[in-house]
Design a protein around this ligand. Sequence first.
Ligand code: TYD
Length: 206
Amino acid sequence: MGKGLFITFEGIDGCGKSTQFEMLKEYLLSKGEKFIVVREPGGTVIGEKIREILLSKKNDSMVPMTELFLFEAARAQITEEVIKPNIEKGISVLCDRFFDSTYAYQGYARKLGTDTTDMLNKLATGGLEPDITFLIDIPVSVALERRGKRGEADDRMEALGTSFQEEVRKGYLEAASKSSRIKVIDGNSTPDDVFEKVKEYYEALK
Ligand code: TYD
């Protein structure tokens, strides 16, 4: 039995990543593929508790280094408890965010250093890497407009504002420039058009 695929989605807040994630999920279901879906931070009982600490606006005194370690703690848990065992069993894993988020948000935008986040990412995952990563790229202004339309309250990370999101976007594009695993997809068009690209890359991978 072959291993399952490990597929991740990335992008700034409001980029349309979750819509694409759902579309790929439906597509895989229609093809009868064996897979599970998870999200980061979270995806395990322990990870969801860590998520609550990370995203609660009550925790506005959290220093960036604490934030980094909490994301990595949640990642270590989901990797060992959920991602690796499923892949080994031949079940693919679709993950909404993974370690490229840490590269872009903590390493680059929070300025903790991408060498540091590369090292901790490796430690938390035991070296496991996605087979493919879809980076849905859009201008920050478009993402903000979309988020405004959704009308949901910002979480602690989203509340960091426009210039922070600009940095996150740059961080993602820097990560993509270093790795052929990361496929940059222009998210500034209709969900169907964006999904055509996702589907093409997915089919090429199989
Ligand atoms: P979430 O509600 O899951 O965001 P989205 O729906 O946009 O994926 O919140 C996760 C937030 O945490 C998001 O702002 C990105 C941030 N994050 C990091 O800063 N570092 C990380 O390693 C991860 C996984 C997420």
